[in-house]
Design a protein around this ligand. Structure first.
Ligand SMILES: Nc1ncnc2c1ncn2[C@@H]1O[C@H](COP(=O)(O)OP(=O)(O)OP(=O)(O)O)[C@@H](O)[C@H]1O
Ligand SMILES: [Mg+2]
Length: 255
C-alpha cells in the first residue's frame, strides 16, 4: 500500500534532447536531467531554484505530465503516470494537476470567469456547475469585481490571480508554478506570494514553484536546487542572508 501522505514520487528521472547537427558541429545529445529523485507529500510547499538553463522548466513539464522523460518514473499516489494512454493521461492531468506559468496563458477572448471555468467545462461540467466553482475561487483570489474583465483589461498581478484560480478550479492535489512572479514588480510579487501561502493553507493543495525570487523561495517549507541534472535539498546554511529557513516537515524528500 502506498503511503497516503506521499503525493508524488519521482525516481531516476532523466530527459535528454537530440540536438541537430550544424555545419560546424555534429548532432549530439543534451543531457538536461540526469537522474532526478524527489518525493512530494500532500499539501507541501516546495521551491525549485537553479541557474538559467539547468532544466527547471523541463522538470516541471515532466512532473506535470506535459512532457515525457527519457528514463525514470513519475508516480502519483501509486500510479505510474507515463504508463497511461494519452487520453487517460490528459484526463488525469485535468483533474489532478494545476499549472501557473510566468506569462499567464489566459485566453484573451474570454473573461476572467470564463477562463477559470474552462478546465471544468473540459472535464464535462455544465456551465452552471463550472461557474459555481469558478466564482468563489475568483473571490478567494480577490477578484470578485473583475469577473467579466478580459485578460487585457486586467493588471499583470490580476492576470496571475486569475491563473491561480484557473489552476485550482478542479481542486487538484498539486499546482506547478514556473516563475509565477517573474514578470511582476516587487510589490505585486509580494501580493502573489502572500496569496500563494494563503491558498496553500486554505486548500491544502501542494505547490511546487520554480522561482528566481529568493523571497518567494524562502516562503516555502522546502528548498530544492537543480544543478548538474539532479536535485538536492538546500541546506539551512545555504539560505540567502536575512532569510531564516522555515522547514517544518521531516518528510525526507529528495535523495
Ligand atoms: N525541446 C528542446 N530541445 C532541445 N533542447 C531543449 C529543449 N527544451 C529545453 N532544451 C534545453 O534544455 C536546457 C534546459 O532548459 P529549461 O527551459 O528547462 O531551463 P530552465 O532551468 O527552466 O531555465 P530558465 O531559468 O532560463 O527558465 C536548456 O539548455 C535548453 O536549451
Ligand atoms: Mg524555465
Amino acid at each position: 500500500m502506498a503511503d497516503p501522505d506521499i503525493l508524488l514520487e519521482v525516481l531516476g528521472l532523466s530527459r535528454h534532447f537530440k540536438v541537430q547537427a550544424t555545419p560546424s558541429s555534429p548532432s549530439r545529445t543534451l543531457e538536461v536531467l540526469r537522474g532526478v529523485d524527489l518525493t512530494i507529500t500532500a499539501g507541501e510547499m516546495a521551491s525549485i531554484v537553479g541557474q538559467s538553463g539547468t532544466g527547471k522548466s523541463t522538470l516541471l513539464h515532466i512532473l506535470g505530465t506535459l512532457d515525457r522523460p527519457t528514463a525514470g518514473s513519475v508516480v502519483y499516489r501509486g500510479t505510474d503516470v507515463f504508463s497511461m494512454s494519452e487520453g487517460a493521461l490528459a484526463r488525469f492531468r485535468n483533474h489532478n494537476i494545476g499549472f501557473v506559468f510566468q506569462f499567464h496563458h489566459l485566453l484573451a477572448e474570454f473573461s476572467a470567469l470564463q477562463n477559470v471555468m474552462l478546465p471544468g467545462l473540459i472535464a464535462g461540467m455544465s456551465p452552471q456547475q463550472a461557474s459555481k466553482r469558478a466564482e468563489p475561487l475568483l473571490e478567494q483570489v480577490g477578484l470578485a469585481d473583475r469577473l467579466s474583465h478580459r485578460p487585457g483589461e486586467l493588471s499583470g498581478g490580476e492576470q496571475q490571480r486569475v491563473a491561480f484560480a484557473r489552476a485550482l478550479v478542479m481542486q487538484p492535489d498539486i499546482v506547478f508554478a514556473d516563475e509565477p512572479t517573474g514578470n511582476l514588480d516587487t510589490a505585486t510579487s509580494e501580493e502573489i506570494h502572500a496569496l500563494l501561502v494563503r491558498l496553500n493553507r486554505e486548500t491544502n493543495t501542494a505547490f511546487v514553484v520554480v522561482t528566481h525570487n529568493v523571497r518567494l523561495a524562502w516562503l516555502m517549507n522546502r528548498h530544492l536546487l537543480l544543478e548538474g541534472g539532479v536535485i538536492r535539498e538546500l541546506r539551512d546554511d545555504e539560505a540567502p542572508e536575512g532569510f531564516l529557513p522555515k522547514r517544518k516537515d521531516t518528510h525526507g524528500g529528495a535523495a
